[in-house]
Write a protein of this length. Structure first.
Length: 365
């Protein structure tokens, strides 16, 4: 292997020649336009790294059996992807140094291009597990995939990337769901004959404990209510909360039925008994998923505010509804059940005793 310099290793001569915009000539551009091009190129490099880390995590969970110690690799990948999003969020500060009038000086060059056409951002959504039916409408008649076609409506590299991602299953959410479904709950895996009965026992005990905790909190809240009407409203709210918790563990067939119920119960089990030794890494996985999605949501929210600050509520360069569309994407929740589990948590001291806590101790040999 020949000696290599820092400059050559990073191929910086090529990299630094890529900020010339449509003209392919950086000297013909203003500093504002070069900034615009550079920041968006940096985002695409960040997306590339996020995709690599998410695939690494997803691939680990595709195994038939995932050893507890292997979960540290998945946690590391999720943490790195989340850290990249955290850094990327800060980059919107740089974009906000672009004044509206200076952006308008070159904005029309972008037509009909749009950040909506970032194939890698679409890939992140797909790999995470965003369902097509949950996508926000961009305000155009054509579907989101058609927007990725080239200017002459021909198939583009961007569309090819997205189609490849759509065909590469499972998604991260699907892989995590399969792993959670296999998770033994109070020492019982889903393949045992009594798995259904044992799951029902676990859920009944938890729901009773949750109801008791909710009732106690409700009584305290009612006792300090400012009026009888407020007291009645508070009590009704807590009663509705108990009903919603029971419904959460009795999903319809459309929601996934018994399989989804077990996946949700596994999430609850890991979060409730997270101090058990063999649940240490599983709980870090769940925390990592929530943290990653939280930062993705913040990234979208920050993007929308940056766009509103620079161009207001104009129609997007690609013809989309602009800020309204960006705000709608910030409402995406892919790991919705994991967020919901946080609503269901109870005090550690109130958690029902397990029948087989020793199952989750470290074992030797």
């Amino acid at each position: 292997m020949r000696p290599v310099s820092y400059w050559d290793y990073l191929r910086l001569e090529e990299l630094l020649a890529l900020q010339g915009g449509v003209e392919r000539d950086e000297k013909a551009l203003s500093n504002d336009e070069v900034l615009f091009v550079t920041v968006h190129q940096i985002y695409e490099l960040w997306f590339k790294l996020i995709l690599r880390e998410m695939r690494a995590a997803r691939n680990l969970f595709m195994a038939d059996s995932v050893a507890e110690q292997e979960l540290s690799g998945a946690v590391r990948s999720l943490e790195r992807a989340a850290t990249i999003f955290r850094v990327a969020i800060a980059h919107w500060d740089v974009m906000e140094t672009l004044p509206p009038r200076e952006f308008l000086a070159f904005r029309d060059k972008l037509l009909p291009a749009s950040g909506f056409q970032s194939a890698q951002l679409r890939q992140v959504e797909i790999l995470l597990g965003l369902d097509d039916s949950e996508r926000a409408h961009a305000g155009l008649e054509e579907g989101w995939k058609k927007a990725l076609r080239g200017a002459d409506a021909a198939k583009s590299p961007a569309l090819a990337r997205v189609e490849t991602e759509l065909a590469d299953r499972p998604t991260l959410r699907e892989a995590i769901d399969e792993w959670l479904y296999r998770t033994p709950i109070d020492g019982c895996d889903p393949h045992r004959q009594d798995a259904g009965e044992r799951l029902a026992e676990f859920l009944a005990a938890f729901l009773a404990a949750h109801a008791q905790e909710t009732d106690a909190t409700a009584e305290r809240a009612v006792s300090i209510a400012r009026s009888p009407a407020d007291a009645q409203a508070i009590r009704a709210r807590y009663e509705a909360e108990k009903v919603s918790v029971e419904a959460f563990f009795a999903p319809s067939e459309a929601e996934g039925g018994a399989r989804r119920a077990r996946i949700r119960a596994a999430m609850l089990f890991i979060e409730t008994y997270r101090e058990l030794p063999l649940l240490a890494w599983p709980r870090e996985v769940l925390d990592g998923l929530v943290g990653l999605e939280e930062l993705f949501v913040i990234f979208r929210q920050r993007h929308a505010r940056m766009v509103e600050r620079v161009i207001g509520r104009r129609t997007g360069t690609g013809g989309s509804s602009g800020v309204d569309y960006l705000d709608a994407t910030a409402k995406y929740r892919i790991f919705r059940d994991l967020w919901a589990i946080r609503t269901l948590q109870i005090r550690r001291a109130a958690a029902p005793a397990l029948r087989h806590p020793e199952f989750y101790d470290f074992r030797s040999g």
